[in-house]
Structures are given as C-alpha cells and as structure tokens.
Design a protein around this ligand. Structure first.
Ligand code: GZL
Length: 304
C-alpha cells in the first residue's frame, strides 16, 4: 500500500515556525546528493528551519545527530538509517520526547511504534525488476556477478532478496560471485577489477545495486579490455543522470529507477505530523525502468 510521490504544490504559505532535524547518511553517491538537495531545496521553498547533518556513512554519527535534535527540541526528526539494525534505543528516546520520526529512503528493523512513517522505495521490487532486465538481456542463460551496496542496509538486503527471488524463475542464470562496493563508484571499480581477475570472460552480466558502482564497473571492464554493455551486460539501480549517459554510450544496458526527490513528500508529511494529521505508515515513490532504447529521449526530462 502507500500513496505515490506527489510533488508538494508550491506553497504560497511558508512555515517559519516549523523546525526539522534530518540525520542524513552522507554524500556517498549521486543518488544521495540529489536526495539531500531535494530536502534542502524544499525546506528553503517552505521557509522551514532545517538542521541537516552528514554522518559520513557512520551510524554512530546519525545517532549523535538524532540526540542533538532531541536536545534542540525540534518539531520533527527525519533519518535515512544507514543500516537496518541498532536503532531501538535512540528511536525510543525520540518517542519518549514526543517528537514525530520520519524514516526517509532507507528502512530500519524496529517495531512499528518506534517511528511515525517511512517514505521510501520498495527495494525488493527494485531487485526483482533488475533480475527481470538481466534475464531479458542474457536470454535467461548466463553467469552473473553482483556488486552489493552497504552491508546491512535496507537497499542492499532488499535488492538482493528481490534479485534472488526472481532468479528462481530462471534456472539458466547463476550468480558466480558477489562483492560489496558500499554504493561507492571507486569501490565498484575496485571490486569489479577483482572479479574480472578471478572470473574473467566467464562473467556474462553484472548486477550493480546502484548506478555509481555500475559506472565504476564500466571503467574496470574497459581497462580489462572488454566492452561493457556488449561483452558483459550491466543492470543497475537509481536512474541518475550519469546512468542515462552511460546507456546512450551503449555501456550500461538498463537502470531501475529509485526516486531520491523525496523532499516535497518529506515536508508534506512533517507538516501533517506536526499538526497531528494521520498519515500512511509506508509512502512509496513512483518508479520506472529505463533501457538504452529510450535513454536519449528520457535524458532531457530527468531531474537528478
Ligand atoms: C536507495 C538509497 C541508496 C541508493 C544509493 O534508496 O538508500 O543509497 O541506491 C545510495 O545510490 O547511496
């Protein structure tokens, strides 16, 4: 269930009385920087006071930030949990302080009563879609390597689950190996180079759990002397601008959209919660699948 992402109508009204704390993960990928920009731009449009912290992908920094928001007495707290576990204590402190808590983007593995609402993608569905694209590209036959995102994060777990679930429908497809690239481009390149040293030309496809690692893998495949998108098919997730450029260059075959432009939905929900208006427990953005054949016409329309 869940509403679709509806861009907040540009409000003539502003909300200078609303104070929001957001514990952001970091700036590890194009997706994340687009997500931060969307949150900041919307706060500026609405005149909301926003305190957004960058945790450099460290959970303890996010926990510290949340505790400082409680001490500040903000009206609403938002967080994109870098990993799924380890949040029960600090979320209970937020609840104790009577402050609404919005999980934006990633999910946390906590009891439902420890947060107000989650606004974010269905990562399992994204994994299923990635597998469907890979099966189409390899015609149901071939050996795949996986570049995984941050270990223990909701997108890494969900995308892996969805991909494996769908693989069961394709006995001709097998996963040779997987490595973690932490959603970071340079790490994706390093890990892909290592996978090529180990498996070489027996790799028919790469499933990268985000576009940044796919772009790194493309560089590694080229340096290895093969043609990305041709000798080795590549499917990734996010649909950032650079992925469309790689598809236009024929180096990436498909990208599954994961919408980072959650700022409007976040503040719409924060305003509802600050006014005790009930909201759905999980609000999902609208997301599509993009392939080489439509990349050129889509690129001018992309917003991140
Ligand atoms: C997914 C988001 C992931 C992106 C990565 O919603 O949490 O984190 O897929 C980003 O690009 O680093």
């Amino acid at each position: 269930s869940g509403a679709t992402a509806s861009p907040l109508d540009v409000q003539t009204k502003t909300y200078p009385e609303l104070v929001v704390g957001f514990a952001q993960i970091g700036a590890e990928s194009e997706w994340r920087t687009a997500n931060t920009r969307s949150i900041q731009d919307t706060a500026n449009q609405l005149g909301v006071e926003l305190d957004l912290s960058d945790a450099q992908q460290q959970q303890e920094n996010q926990i510290k930030a949340i505790r400082s928001f409680i001490a500040q007495g903000v009206d609403v707290i938002g967080v994109s949990p870098v990993v799924e576990t380890g949040w029960d204590e600090v979320f209970a402190e937020v609840k104790q302080a009577g402050i609404p808590l919005i999980l934006l983007d990633r999910n946390a593995d906590v009891p439902d009563d420890l947060y107000s609402v989650r606004i974010g993608s269905d990562f399992v569905e994204e994994g299923r879609r990635a597998c469907g694209e890979m099966a189409r590209l390899l015609d149901g036959q071939g050996s795949i390597v996986i570049l995984e995102g941050t270990q223990g994060s909701a997108p890494m777990i969900g995308r892996g689950t969805g991909f494996q679930e769908c693989l069961r429908e394709y006995p001709g497809l097998q996963v040779l190996d997987s490595q973690s690239g932490d959603f970071i481009r340079a790490r994706g390149k390093e890990e892909m180079a290592a996978l090529l040293r180990t498996h070489g030309r027996s790799i028919d496809g790469v499933f990268a759990q985000n576009d940044d690692m796919a772009l790194g893998a493309i560089e590694a495949i080229e340096e290895y002397g093969l043609q990305p998108g041709i000798d080795i098919k590549i499917v990734s997730i996010d649909a950032v601008r650079a992925a469309f450029e790689a598809m236009i260059a024929g180096k990436l075959n498909a990208t599954i959209e994961c919408n980072p432009l959650l700022g409007p939905l976040f503040f719409e929900t924060a305003l509802h919660l600050a006014n005790d208006t009930p909201v759905e427990k999980w609000i999902k953005p609208i997301e599509g699948v993009y392939r080489q054949d439509t990349a050129a016409q889509e690129l001018p329309r992309r917003k991140y």
